[in-house]
Design a binder for this molecule. Structure first.
Ligand code: CA2
Length: 160
């Protein structure tokens, strides 16, 4: 069976590539989704990709992922800095959970620096631009021990 990964995107990320390209780059969320789909084919992943501006919808999707997905990759955007509801939902999910930020949040202003949702994540990737989503997919499949044999050995990593 294919590895099942849910990718979640929080508020305003539907404006990627349209506004503030000096911070978030020129790539649109649709382009990011298309690149994730390409990598999904290589990694034998079935992908469920979402964006919502509503915190409760993210909570609902994380709850749905429980029992139906192998890993979650989430860019919670502004909810990273406020959402105890997302932390609680992430704690329900047993599989690997990767938090992704396009920008390097540690190099940003006080408002954008302190992710609280990362406390409930397996790992955090930030500052790699849209490639962070690809890195997170590789890391999720590697972590699950589901890297297809056809993928070069170095990308299989080492046993924990
Ligand atoms: O770097 C990231 O991926 C962020 O999660 C993006 C969030 C920001 O609050 C985080 O600190 C870091 C903001 C997403 C808003 O998306 C926009 C996209 C285009 C134009 C304006 C906002």
């Amino acid at each position: 069976m294919a590895t099942r990964i849910m990718i979640l995107n929080g508020p305003n990320l539907n404006f990627l590539g349209v506004r503030e390209p000096h911070i978030y780059g020129k790539t649109t969320l649709r382009e990011i989704e298309a690149s994730c789909e390409q990598v999904a084919q290589l990694l034998d992943v079935s992908l469920s990709f979402h964006q919502t501006n509503i915190e409760g919808e993210l909570v609902g999707l994380i709850q749905q992922a429980h029992g139906s997905m192998d890993a979650i990759i989430m860019n919670p955007a502004a909810f990273s800095f406020t959402s105890v509801a997302l932390i609680d939902a992430l704690k329900i999910f047993d599989g690997p959970k990767f938090e992704v930020h396009i920008s390097n949040i540690h190099a940003r202003d006080e408002l954008h620096r302190h992710s609280i949702t990362s406390t409930a994540s397996t790992a955090v990737i930030c500052g790699l631009g849209p490639y962070g989503y690809i890195a997170a997919m590789l890391a999720a499949v590697q972590r699950l021990g589901r890297m297809p044999a056809a993928i070069p050995a170095a990308l299989h990593g080492f046993e924990a």
